[in-house]
Ligand binder design. Structure first.
Ligand SMILES: [Zn+2]
Length: 401
């Protein structure tokens, strides 16, 4: 134990989800019952049986509740203005979803002030935190001009290190007659202005957005500028997105709703995570991705919200876990792993998504005895308290011993 850091021992943990099997490699769900956990500073210092918990400066008994790693939401679009509830209602009444609805949000985002965009992002980030998300990724993609993409990313970077340049979200209306000109801008001046704020480069590789060649060019330009690739792939139909992602060494191919056997093989034999976004299928009434087929083939699967005002306006990882269990036939353990450790893999992070000595002390205390309640009691606010970097940051205080 490090004497100079304030320590807290959390006892009475009915189920502690560590995502690290005792003596085994991280990579699959793992949990222990009747456990305790010690935090020192901003890190986990110890986990083990409650009966052998060491002393600490402070003590908290959670009364048999489950403790999970904080959720890692690896796919979200949070810098925007306006809303599209009318479009959602029309879709629920039978109209189909096309990529073009993004343009309505682009117009509202361009017209908004920095303060308005910042306030919207802060509202969503705080909503996420209250629901247990302690790490989130945030993309641009609703500015689509050099100025509006760069300011979107600068605002996102105020709240998260996981910032993604998505200038290649759709071709904006003013470039409708010259899509190649827009790709050149996204690979050139726009990328130059955005790269200082971003860790990742992303492209919406889909019919109605960007084809394989444009997607390759955008990812290559981003990589040359030091950004790491991730791809929106195979959401609306079969296409080249997954193969472009794997070929580029992307950390993640996101959506993966329409996959061929070759896509599955490519993912299984690569380091590219398949990030499934069931909120988008819920919000567009499309078929859900076939999670079982991916898991059975050995693909690493992450779950994320895709929080955005068009296709998936949820910020709730517990909701996505419930959808994954009910509608995608993932087990509750698989879904919780994918929403925590899987998201961490999709962001190439090893300090979050698990509760092991050395990991960030980012955790969720549930008003429930086990992780399975997230799917068993859908829609119920089970997140009682959220700790980030060793401090309680949201929720209700439990009685300290
Ligand atoms: Zn998305």
């Amino acid at each position: 134990m490090n004497e100079s850091l304030r320590s807290t021992v959390i006892t009475g943990i009915g189920e502690l989800v560590t995502n690290t099997p005792a003596g085994g490699q991280p990579g699959s769900f793992a949990a222990m019952s009747d456990a305790a956990l010690v935090i020192e500073g901003d890190r986990v210092a110890w986990t083990g049986p409650g009966a052998s918990a060491p002393e600490a400066d402070d003590a908290l008994d959670v009364g048999g509740r489950a403790v999970l790693p904080g959720f890692v939401d690896s796919h979200a679009h949070l810098v925007f203005a306006g809303e599209r509830s009318a479009e959602f209602a029309a879709r629920m009444a039978g109209q189909s979803y096309a990529a073009g609805g993004i343009r309505a949000t682009v117009a509202a985002t361009r017209a908004a002030s920095d303060e308005e965009l910042r306030a919207g992002l802060r509202r969503l980030a705080s909503e996420m935190l209250r629901q247990g998300t302690t790490t989130f990724e945030c993309k641009s993609g609703y500015g689509l001009t050099v100025r509006d993409e760069a300011r979107s990313l600068a605002i996102a970077a105020e709240l998260t290190p996981e910032v993604t340049y998505l200038g290649a979200h759709v071709v904006p209306a003013e470039f409708a007659a010259d899509p190649a000109g827009y790709v050149a801008l996204a690979c050139g001046e726009m990328l130059e202005a955005c790269a200082p704020y971003a860790r990742w480069v992303d492209v919406f590789c889909e019919r109605g957005a960007f084809g394989a060649d444009a997607a390759r060019a955008i990812l290559a330009a981003g990589k040359a500028r030091g950004l790491l690739p991730r791809v929106h792939a195979n959401q609306l139909g079969p296409g080249p997105g997954v193969s472009v992602a794997v070929e580029a060494g992307a950390a993640s191919a996101d959506h993966c709703t329409f996959l061929t056997d070759a896509d599955i093989d490519a993912l299984a034999s690569s380091g590219t995570v398949a990030t499934l976004l069931p909120g988008a299928e819920f919000g567009t009434r499309q078929p859900y991705p076939d999670a079982r087929r991916l898991l059975d083939a050995g693909v690493t699967v992450a779950l994320a919200t895709d929080c955005n005002p068009g296709s998936s306006y949820t910020s709730s990882m517990p909701f996505c876990v419930a959808l994954a269990v009910r509608d995608m036939r993932m087990t509750a353990a698989e879904a919780v792993w994918s929403a925590t450790a899987g998201g961490a893999r999709a962001l190439r992070r090893d300090d979050v998504g698990c509760l092991v000595p050395g990991a960030r002390a980012d955790l969720v205390i549930l008003d429930a005895p086990s992780h399975a309640y997230l799917a068993y009691r859908p829609g119920v606010p089970l997140v009682r308290a959220v700790w980030k970097s060793g401090r309680m940051v949201a929720g209700e205080q439990l009685t300290s011993a």
